[in-house]
Design a protein around this ligand. Structure first.
Ligand code: ADP
Ligand code: MG
Length: 232
């Protein structure tokens, strides 16, 4: 697929003929310099933004053929998304933000699952707070809980550990790995951190909107070496 923003002199080719796949039940890190197209890749894969050319599949389903309503349903039922900027609703409490996808789907709240999720993210005593009353790291964890509450087939997370201290970040990464290993969910995560990337099964490298290589069973050292080669 390709993604072009703007036109004429303002044209930016954010993704340039990228072909990539992510196996079900795997954890992938996407890395590359600022502006290399990581967020654009996540948004187009999740059906939040259209592609300029090419196709995007979740399983056999081609997202580029769906109507807006169909796409909304697929995003709601099968995809979790953690935005780089969190995108929490300011007037809702943490609990209400986390449960928003469940409410929108008109589904019943699985309270034990909710309790386990917020407990593992260390949010249990913050559920009544609004986003403005939470730290950046807490807001990020609320955004992560919101993405995971519906047990989506695939979770896209744009720098989910960016605002977390290293201990909370490590707990989140371990939790994402558990979702993959035991829940069979797929996780695609953007990160700048070689240590965070080492939790993944695979690292996909982007440079100037193109694929620039990949690593399997990455370690922090092998990721660092690959980023150096890339000049990122
Ligand atoms: P990354 O997440 O790797 O930093 P992005 O996907 O955000 O990169 O951006 C890739 C390129 O596309 C950059 O040159 C950026 O300026 C451009 N870009 C991203 N979003 C838009 C937009 N909405 N309109 C115009 N250009 C954009
Ligand atoms: Mg980005």
């Amino acid at each position: 697929m390709s993604k072009v923003y703007g036109r004429g002199a303002n044209e930016v080719r954010a993704l340039d003929d990228v072909t990539v796949d992510f196996d079900r039940g795997t954890f992938t890190a996407v890395m590359g310099a600022s502006g290399s197209g990581k967020s654009t890749l996540m948004h187009t894969l999740a059906g939040l933004d259209s592609v300029s050319a090419g196709r995007v599949f979740i399983g056999d389903l081609d997202l580029t053929t769906l109507t807006d309503n169909e796409l909304t349903r697929v995003r709601r039922d099968r995809i979790g998304f953690v935005f780089q900027s969190f995108n929490l609703l300011p007037t809702l409490t943490a609990r209400q933000n986390i449960l928003l996808p469940v409410d929108l789907a008109g589904a019943d709240i699985d309270e034990p699952r909710f309790d386990a999720l917020v407990g593992s993210l260390g949010l249990t005593d913050r559920l009544g707070h609004r986003p403005s009353e939470l730290s950046g790291g807490q807001q990020q964890r609320v955004a992560i809980a919101r993405a995971l509450i519906t047990l989506p087939d695939v979770v896209f997370a744009d720098e989910p550990t960016g605002a977390l201290d290293s201990r909370t970040g490590a707990a989140l990464l371990a939790y994402l790995r558990l979702c993959v290993r035991e829940g069979g969910q797929s996780v695609v995560m953007v990160t700048h951190d070689p240590m965070a990337a080492s939790y993944a099964d695979r690292v996909v490298l982007l440079a100037d909107g193109r694929l620039a290589g990949e690593l399997h069973q990455p370690t922090a050292d092998s990721v660092l070496a690959a980023l150096r080669t890339l000049g990122a």
